[in-house]
Design a protein around this ligand. Structure first.
Ligand code: ADP
Ligand code: MG
Length: 394
């Protein structure tokens, strides 16, 4: 990819602006899975050792340019303080803090509030993004991009800001790119891709682009039902994207022509309500009752996906197989996670919810070849797209 690494730039005694991905699940001010904060530590520690001061820029959720209290990064600054055993100052202001930033002494850290509270961060208007980036650029002398989960976004702090200062990729981005390069350049075969999660529209592009690269593609999660609908099956009240049914039909025809093993579930766990105390019933995937919805893949499907996965030498998995947040519908995801841990080769889990799911289900990071912090970003990389946040770090 030709991105500049941290060691190539070798910052010393510098005022660094660091873009991280600290977009962790937070409920009532309490952080759920801190995976992305932990993944950001390596670069931060290296910069501190190199006697740098750091201004951290990050985002949380999608506040759409408005201040939203429940999307404040303040709890993240606290967590980072705890993990680093060093004070992380927090600025509720994003613009107008040039003095505070420039006054930082070596070893001091200042985290800015959720950058997406500024509408210019995500603006479609380039001049607005440049305006914000130009202000942010006064906060330091160097830019380090390490927020892998956001590199597929052409946002001011991801793209324009990098262009305004000497820059490099942090350790996390370098590690992510190394793994994803391995998956795209010359994967050991068979190469399996498992996709789940809620929306087909998020992943239809990647499925299409992987049809001629992967040997096995298994589909679970909420998007299964658009596939089943495309096969003319009754899907009851399950999640469906009707406008994509035709696209999915074409995709299934192409898959057959290319000879890729395309696995869809043969049984489904259904329930009447989308609720944590719903009890599931297992039905054949062509016998979903009209008043019920599919919330997980069934045990027969999970076992058949698992046995195919275990034969693969390269596996990429994004998107839970079911509504893992409810324990009655987590079993499919658990069986697939277990299969990935048994792959003799490289097995990569990508995506915020997917990573949170495997940790919630009791797996450890070391059980997998790699857990990517990026969902959308990892998928777009695998699709072969140019990612603005990586292009900017060349
Ligand atoms: P990631 O963050 O790993 O990229 P996604 O955001 O695409 O994953 O999808 C995760 C979400 O998909 C989870 O919240 C999960 O509850 C939901 N999901 C999985 N299966 C279903 C289903 N059958 N019906 C509704 N939602 C589902
Ligand atoms: Mg998600």
């Amino acid at each position: 990819m030709g991105i500049k690494t941290l060691s190539e730039l070798n910052p010393r005694n510098s005022k660094v602006i660091l873009r991280c991905d600290l977009n962790v699940p937070i409920k009532d001010g309490v952080i759920g899975d801190p995976g992305r904060i932990i993944a950001s530590l390596s670069t931060i520690k290296k910069l501190l050792e190199a006697n740098c001061s750091i201004v951290i820029i990050a985002h949380l959720g999608r506040p759409k340019g408005e201040k939203k209290r429940d999307l404040s990064l303040a709890p993240v600054a606290e967590k980072l303080t705890e993990l680093l055993k060093r004070e992380v100052k927090f600025s509720a202001e994003i613009t107008g803090v040039v003095k505070q930033a420039q006054d930082l002494k070596p070893g001091e850290i200042l985290m800015l509030e959720n950058i997406r509270f500024e509408s210019h961060e995500t603006s479609k208007d380039e001049s607005e993004r440049i305006k914000l980036a130009t202000e942010l650029a006064t906060y330091g002398d160097l830019y380090i991009g390490d927020g892998f989960g956001a590199v597929h976004r052409k946002h001011a702090s991801v793209y324009e800001l990098a262009n305004l200062l000497p820059h490099a990729a942090g350790d996390l981005i370098s590690a992510e790119v190394k793994v994803l390069e391995e998956l795209t350049k010359n994967p050991s075969r068979p190469y399996g891709v498992v996709l789940g999660g809620a929306k087909v529209s998020d992943k239809i592009g990647v499925i299409s682009n992987l049809l001629d690269k992967a040997n096995v593609i298994a589909i679970g999660g909420g998007m299964v039902f658009t596939f089943l609908a495309a096969q003319g099956k009754e899907i009851g009240k399950s999640l469906v994207e009707k406008d994509l049914i035709e696209t999915v039909k074409q995709l299934l025809i192409r898959a057959e022509k290319l000879g890729v093993k395309f696995l869809l579930p043969t049984d489904i766990v259904v329930a009447k309500e989308f609720s944590s105390d719903s009890e599931g019933t297992i039905v054949a995937s062509d016998k979903i009752p009209s008043d019920q919805m599919g919330l997980d893949i069934g045990p027969e499907s999970a076992e058949s996906f698992a046995s195919e996965i275990k034969l693969c030498k390269t596996v990429f998995w994004n998107g839970p197989m079911g509504v893992f947040e409810f324990s009655n519908f987590a079993q499919g995801t658990k069986v697939i996670a277990q299969a990935l841990t048994q792959v003799e080769g490289i097995a990569v889990v990508g995506g915020g919810d997917s990573a949170a799911a495997v940790r919630k289900l009791g797996f450890e990071d070391k059980d997998f070849g790699y857990i990517s912090t990026g969902g959308g970003a990892a998928l777009e990389y695998l699709e072969g797209k140019e990612l603005p946040g990586l292009v900017a770090l060349k």
